[in-house]
Design a protein around this ligand. Sequence first.
Ligand code: BDR
Ligand code: CA
Length: 320
Amino acid sequence: MPTPLIIDTDPGVDDAFAIALAALSEDVELLGVTTVFGNVPLEATTLNARRVLALCGRADVPVAAGAARPLVHAQLQRASHVHGSDGLSGRSAALPEPARALEPGGAVSLLVSLLEAAAEPVTIAPIGPLTNIALLLAAHPEVREKIARIVVMGGGLAGGNTTGAAEFNIWSDPEAARRVLVEEPVPCVLVPMDLTYRCAVDSTWLGKLAASGPIGTALEALTPDYLAHYRKALGWDGIVLHDAVAVAEAIRPGILKTESYPIEVECSLGPARGATLVDRRRQALRADAEGDVAPGRVEVAVDTDLEGLRGFILERLTQA
Ligand code: BDR
Ligand code: CA
């Protein structure tokens, strides 16, 4: 049975790869894609998502636009210095134009109707700020039972990429992230940047993608600005496919090794805003400190077969 999946996204180069990974996988039933502000403004992320689906020949997948800003405090910085001015290294317009009209009702409305109509619980993969998902769960708690898992790309166990403390997706809307990861009784998997960095792919991997056919060529062509950023971040020629790593787990549960931990999200306006505090103390020690309070828990992705994971993503993207 294919895995029913909804992706919530802010493309973004690695989002584009993640959407393509799901869109090209025969064992995935991609029910819909919802968009959110994030790497670039909502209008651009929405157009990018629709163009990537058109590239993958998936006019059957509905797309709806969601939040244009965070729940409470403004997002102070986008990530066009990472993903390029249009979110796709300035290459968005080189993709095919969208083959399907945008859904009129917006992201939360599409999420609700897809979940209500689903015959079995659905996996949701949020790979941008968590604003749409927080709004969904706050306004429609009845859909919780239709959600199999929420597989989130976000957070950092040992610091961040946007500030010293915070990873971009969580930092962009910490209040929303806290609602989803800490407050909501839904099964969550957190795929933090500590692991996604270890899954970085090199120029050989990108060369194989580019040589695989028109879709691989078009995806690789989205990477120049992103590659320039990650050359500085990694110190070698490669890119970090954060969001594709999370979507790999969404479509092949267990491809990432996870461990269950209590979590908190820092929502103060101080220098640690947006930090994810994953409590990895030993259980016996935590029990002494917590007493009767049961904190929110998430499954945190901590390891994988790195070569196997890179091969899995490449195989799916090149089989088209
Ligand atoms: C996350 O931030 C965005 O820039 C990427 O698309 C990814 O979702 C990584 O920190
Ligand atoms: Ca993203």
